[in-house]
Design a protein around this ligand. Structure first.
Ligand SMILES: *Cc1c(COP(=O)(O)O)cnc(C)c1O
Length: 274
């Protein structure tokens, strides 16, 4: 993995120009406290990086093929600034209003925004406007709302591995029809499949099943080879089963704050956070 830590290079002349390693981001300087990562954050990030490298080695995989998305839902924008200063490029959010506000506030940072929560049909176009990748495409009506003749957005189809429809994700029995719909729609590029391992099952078996589903759609969608799976508690198992996109929250950010109810929409989705 090629994480660049501006903290470790803070003695070089880049701090004088205010340019980060990529030339566009400010590095942490005294007085801008929200750019200085708390030591716990740095330590947890390092430890997850090491865990990913270990699991990749055990799986015989190159960890450069694995994108780590740091899930920052419910955390303030300052945490994302700190993560950015530590070299994080991919962040995940699950609530539209919160995500939209953070994207606007952090526009100057070089980040890829991954939307990983359920998308309401009437908010679909707004999510599409700021998300680089939408991980939660799970029904034909949403595909139709996201389609566009003008621009293309990357997406994953989310699989529901439980029998609770409220969890989001398409029932595996309906996957093939949904893949066809995405393939036929303008403005959506299908990267692959996404899933959350159910609580009371062995995660590796769940991830192996998603990998099999992914192989099953290969003829209909040859490009859809990616797998968004693996969270704080189960990412090593996901890496062993071929995950290309990990969505890791608490193992890096620490405990999530209580979600702030931004509006009625948040309340509708309240109490069911993964
Ligand atoms: C919150 C969330 C995560 C991250 O969960 P952690 O257990 O904190 O790593 C990953 N994926 C989805 C869909 C989530 O909602």
């Amino acid at each position: 993995m090629t994480w660049t830590s501006p903290i470790s290079s803070s003695n070089n002349d880049s701090s004088e120009t205010g340019q980060g390693p990529r030339g566009s981001r400010p590095v942490s300087v005294a007085g801008s406290t929200d750019l200085i990562a708390d030591p716990g954050l740095t330590k947890r990030l390092d430890s997850v990086r090491a865990g990913i490298a270990d699991a990749a080695r055990a799986a015989g995989r190159d960890d450069a093929d694995i994108t780590t998305i740091v899930v920052t839902k419910f955390h303030p924008a300052a945490v994302i600034r700190a993560l950015s200063a530590l070299g994080v490029r991919d962040v995940g959010e699950s609530r539209h209003q919160e995500a939209q506000a953070k994207v606007a506030e952090l526009a100057e940072l070089d980040l890829n925004w991954h939307f990983i929560g359920q998308v309401q049909g009437k908010k679909a176009r707004q999510v599409r406007a700021y998300a680089n990748v939408i991980h939660s495409v799970d029904r034909v009506s949403l595909v139709d709302s996201l389609a566009s003749p003008d621009t293309t957005v990357d997406c994953f189809i989310q699989i529901n591995l439980t029998d609770d429809p409220a969890r989001g994700g398409v029932n595996p029995a309906d996957l093939s029809a949904l893949v066809d719909r995405v393939q036929q729609s303008e403005g959506l590029r299908l990267l692959g499949l996404m899933a959350v391992a159910p609580l009371h099952a062995e995660p590796r078996r769940s991830f192996a099943y998603v990998r099999e589903l992914s192989e099953g759609i290969r003829s209909a969608a040859p490009q859809a080879t990616h797998l968004s799976m693996g969270m704080s508690q189960d990412y090593p198992a996901a890496i062993l089963e071929g995950a290309t996109h990990l969505r890791i929250g608490t193992a890096i950010t620490g405990k999530r704050p209580e979600p702030v109810n931004l509006d009625r929409e948040a309340q509708q989705h309240g109490g069911r956070h993964v």
